[in-house]
Design a protein around this ligand. Sequence first.
Ligand SMILES: NC(=O)c1ccc[n+]([C@@H]2O[C@H](COP(=O)([O-])OP(=O)(O)OC[C@H]3O[C@@H](n4cnc5c(N)ncnc54)[C@H](OP(=O)(O)O)[C@@H]3O)[C@@H](O)[C@H]2O)c1
Length: 246
Amino acid sequence: MVLISRSGGPLREAARMAEERGCGAVTTRCHEMDLSDLDAVPDEFRSVLESSSGADARYDSCLLVNNAGSLGPVGLAPSISSFDEMNNNMQELRRAVDLNFTSSIWISAAFTNTFLPSSSKICASMTAQLPLVRVINISSLCALVPFPTMSIYCATKAGRDMFHGVLGKEQKQNFKALNYAPGLCDTQMSQYLANCSVLDNELHEYYVTSKGEDKWIQPEETAKKLVRIITMDEYESGSHVDYWDV
Ligand SMILES: NC(=O)c1ccc[n+]([C@@H]2O[C@H](COP(=O)([O-])OP(=O)(O)OC[C@H]3O[C@@H](n4cnc5c(N)ncnc54)[C@H](OP(=O)(O)O)[C@@H]3O)[C@@H](O)[C@H]2O)c1
């Protein structure tokens, strides 16, 4: 299991938990990487992949969980632009698009490319030798519903869903992609929104009330549901499945 994020501490803690629960069957490697740095991502991700898929590496199956994401600028859609030269918001906007969309889709493409030749080059006799490849995009209800004041998050999540939808339809042999929306989870992202003064009033009220009523889903709970979905492998490639759908 290869784990990637910017912060070494939480990464190592996640690795420790995975090894502990894997009862000796799971080995982990951690890579501290800023996935919004588009100049660095190709080389760094390639070296991660090459160290996983060296000449003698053989896999029955390979799974990518494409999880990293950020909210980007929150507020009314027109407020993302400003003609103030010192504070024109373009950098913040670019960082959000780079992480949530560009880097995310590049990584799914690179992962697929590494483990499978494109569908048109796979003949029937090859399929048994190739691994099963699964790409899970961690999506959101925001990919489907335009929530006021969350335009950048909704737009990038929608674009990311569409990319994985197309990938899931194109690549037919040994491959499936899934857009999984984990539900409203108890994480730093939701905590931020519950305290966000520029979030749409109705949405803000929903975050605060649902938190008060203990309705936020624990990350472990939604992760377990995703594991069930992946294990059963019955979803249509390229589809969008929500925590509450199954
Ligand atoms: N929370 C929800 O209710 C909810 C609902 C629907 C969908 N989602 C989706 O679930 C995914 C995880 O969100 P979350 O709620 O866990 O958010 P979070 O608490 O903000 O965590 C974001 C995760 O992404 C990593 N990350 C952020 N920026 C990164 C960067 N530049 N490079 C590498 N890694 C980066 C973070 O690790 P580092 O900070 O260490 O880099 C962290 O592991 C996101 O795709 C989000 O859109 C969340």
